[in-house]
Design a protein around this ligand. Sequence first.
Ligand code: TRP
Ligand code: ZN
Length: 883
Amino acid sequence: MDIARTPSTPDGNYQMADAPPEPVDPPLIRREDYKPFDWLVPQTRLDFALGVESTRVTATLSVARNPAGEQAGEIRLNGDGLTPLEVAVDGQASNSWRMDGNDLILPLAGEAHEIRLVTEIDPAANSQLMGLYASNGMLCTQCEAEGFRRIAFFPDRPDVLSTYTVRMSGERQAFPVLLSNGNLVAQGEDSSGHWAEWHDPWPKPSYLFALVAGDLVARRDTFTTMSGRTVDLAIWVRAEDLDRTEHAMESLIRSMRWDEEVFGREYDLDQFNIVAVGDFNMGAMENKGLNVFNTKYVLADPETATDGDYDGVEGVIAHEYFHNWSGNRVTCRDWFQLSLKEGFTVLRDQLFSEGMRGAAVKRIEDVRLLRSVQFPEDSGPLAHPIRPDSFREIGNFYTPTIYNKGAEVIRMMRTMAGPERFRQGTDLYFERHDGEAATCEDFIRAIEDGAGLDLTQFRLWYAQAGTPKVEAVLEHDGETATLTLRQMVPPTPDQRTKLPVPIPLRLALFDRATGRHSGEQLVVLSEVESVVRFAGFAEKPVLSINRGFSAPVAIERTVEPDDLVFLARHDDDAFARYEAMQELIVGHLVSAIGGGLTDAARIEARQAIGGALSAILTDPELDDAMRGELMMLPSQTYLSEQLLVADPGAIHAEREALKAWLGRTLEGELAALHQRASSQSAGMGHAARGARKVKGQALVFLAAGNPELAARTAASQYDAAETMTDRQAALMVLTGLPGAERTHKLIDFYNRFQNDPLVIDKWFSLQASSLHPQVIEHVKALARHPDFNLKNPNRVRSLFMAFTGTPLGFHAASGEGYRMIADLILALDPINPSTAARFVTPLGRWRRLEPGRAALMRGELERIAAKAGLSRDTFEQVTRSLG
Ligand code: TRP
Ligand code: ZN
C-alpha cells in the first residue's frame, strides 16, 4: 500500500480508502529548472557484502558545501525502493532523517560531513535490470541513467562527481571474479570467502559506477598507448563462450589505436575490462574502466554470428570505448544534455567503422537506419529535439533522435569546418571541459572557437524537432543552370512554428554527355529560400544533391526517371548513387500505392528500375558490398514515411509486386549472381563478405519471382552453409515460403543451436518477422514456447520487436497484431518497465494510418492507459502517443 496516497482519519489511524487513490501523474522535469546540487561529494566508499538474494551495501560519503549551490540545512539523497537500515553522520547514529517519497533527507548543519548509510537489496528479485541484479548466477550492475539509486542513497545526478573506492566480499565459489571501476588495489581472504578492493582515480558521476561478481573467464591482451603505457585488457565471459571473443578483442584494440590517431585521445587507466551478460536492457554500457555488454555485442564466430553481427560487435565495442572521453572524462551536466555524449560518440563510432570497413557502405547503412527509425520518430507523437526541454522518465529519451540525429548534427559541423578544423574544435572541447559535467552549449562554443565557425543560427538544430524538408528545383536557360532551394521545418507536438536552419548541402552538376562533373560544392541553405546560379552549361545538367547525406533532411524534387538512372550509373559519390536508385523506386511505388498509375506508366517505370538494377547486377567494376546496397528496395517504413496516410497492406502489396516482377524479369542475372557469389563466399575477408551479401539479396528477389526455384536454392544454400550469414539468409527466405522445407529447416536450426541463446534469438526473430501469411499464429505459438522468457530482454525483442515490423502480422486489418503488442506491454510493464515502454513506439503511429487501423491502434493505447499502476516509463510513452 502506498501510505502517502492514503487519507488518514483525524485520530491519526490510517484508513483504507473505499476507492483506490487518485493516481498522481509522474512529474514533468524541465531543463530550464536546472540548479546545481547544494553539496559536493568528493569521496565515496562502497562496501558490498555480496549475495544473490541479499546484498548488504554500506555507503560512506564525504560531503562538503558546494560554493555554487545554496546554503541548505539538509541533503537530499535519491533512493528507489531502498530502506535505510543504518544512518550515521560523522560517526554518530542519526535519527533525524526522514523519507520524502523514495528519497532520504538528512539535516546537515556544518560545512563538511561524513555520511554513512546501510541498505540491503535482493539482486535476484530485480527483474528491471536496473541497479544491482543477478544474471545466470552472476551479479552485475546497470546504473545509467538512474539505477544507482536502487543500490545506495546518493545524489544520483550526473553533475555530482566523486572519487570511488569499492570493496566487495563474497563466497569464492559463487563469485570467483570480483570487478569494479578503475584499478584493483588489494584483495584477500576473510571469514565468509574472499574480497577485492578497487579504486578509480577519476572522479565520476554515479551512473558510471559498476560492479560485477561471478564465475567468469577472461580473454586477455595488452595495449601500449601513444605515450608508452601498457594497459591490461580483459574480456570476461562464461567459460563456454571464451572462444567467441577474438573479434571483440581485436575491435577493442583497433578502437584504442584509432581514437589516438584520429581524435588524439589516450586511455587513462592501467586496466580495461569488458564483461558480457545475457540479461541486459540495451546494447552496452560505458562504466569507467568496466564496460558491461549485452552478450550480443561481444560474442561472435562465423558459425553463430552473421556479418552484420560482426559489424555490430565492432561498432558497439568502439562506441563504449570512445565514451571514455566523450562521456566519462567529459560528462553531462544533466540528462537533457544526453546527446552531448551520445550524439558525439555515435559520430565517433560511425567514423571509426567508416575507416575500418569502407566509408561508402557504412554511410549508406547509417542513413538507412536514420530514415527507418529516426525520421518516423521525428514525424510522430514522440518527436523531440536532440536537446529535449522536458521529460517524465529519462529512460524514454535514449532514442534514435538523441543518438543518431545527434550524430548527424555534429557531422554537419564537421562537414562545414572540414576534418582538420573540426579536430581543433574537439581538442579544445576536451581541453576546456576535462573533468567537468558539460552542456551541449559548451560543446557548440568549443567547436565555434576551435574550428572557427559561427554556429549562432546552427544552434536551432539542438532546439527544434522535426526533419526539415528541402525542395530543390533546377532550371536551365541559355548557358545558366539555376537551382532554387526552399526549406520547411514541419511542426511537431510541442513546437508549432519553426525557424529555418542552416542546411549544408554537398552538390554536383553532371554533364550528360561526358558523365562527369567539374567539382563538388558545399551550399549552405540558411534562409527559407535561396537561389544559386551555375554558369557554363550549354545543356541542362543532372543534379546530384545532398551527396554523402551531408544534411539529415528530406529532399523533395521532381526529377526525370532518366536522370535518376543516369545518377545510379554514373555518380561518383557512392551514397548519391544509392540514393538515385532509392528515389527511382520510391517515386514509382508512391504513385502505384496512390492508385493513379496507368498500366503503361507502370510498365515504363518497372522497365526503368529493371534496367538500372540489371546494370547493377552485372557491373564488373562494382564491389559486391556496394552492389548489395544498391540492390536493396526501400523499406516498408521508409515508404510509409513518404505518404501522408499509410495503408500498410497496400504498401506491402506494391512493394512485393515490384520485387516479384524484378525477380522474374531478372531471374537469369540473379541466379547467375547467386551462383558466382556462392563460389566466392568462404572466409571473413571483404570480398567474401560482399559475396554473401549479394547472395542473400539475390535470393530475396528470386523468392518473390519464382518461389519454387528459390526454395530449392535456399535449401541447398542452407545445407552448404559454413557461416551464419549464409544459413540465416537461406532460412529467412524459407520461413516466408509455405512448404515442408520451411518446417524441416526450422527444426534443424533449432536442434543445431538449442544451447546457444543468441542463435535461438535469431530463430524466434526469423519466424516473427517473416512474410508468411500465418505469422500471427506463429508468434502466438512462439510466445508459449518453453524457450520464450519475458524476463530476458533479448528474447522478448527477438520475438515481439521483430513482429512489429511485419506489414501483414502487426498491421493485420483485424487489429490482432496491435492487441498482441498491447498485451505484451501490459504483461512486461511490471517486470521490466524500460523494455516495456519501448514497445509503445510502434503503436504511436496511428495518426499516419488509414482510419480503420488508426482506430484499432488508438484503442489499444487507450486500453494500456486505463490500466492502474503503470510505470512512469510506459505512462509517459502512452500519454504522449495518445497526445
Ligand atoms: N550509455 C549507454 C550507451 O549508449 C546506453 C545504456 C546502456 C543505457 N544501458 C542503459 C541507457 C540502460 C539507459 C538504461 O552506450
Ligand atoms: Zn552511448
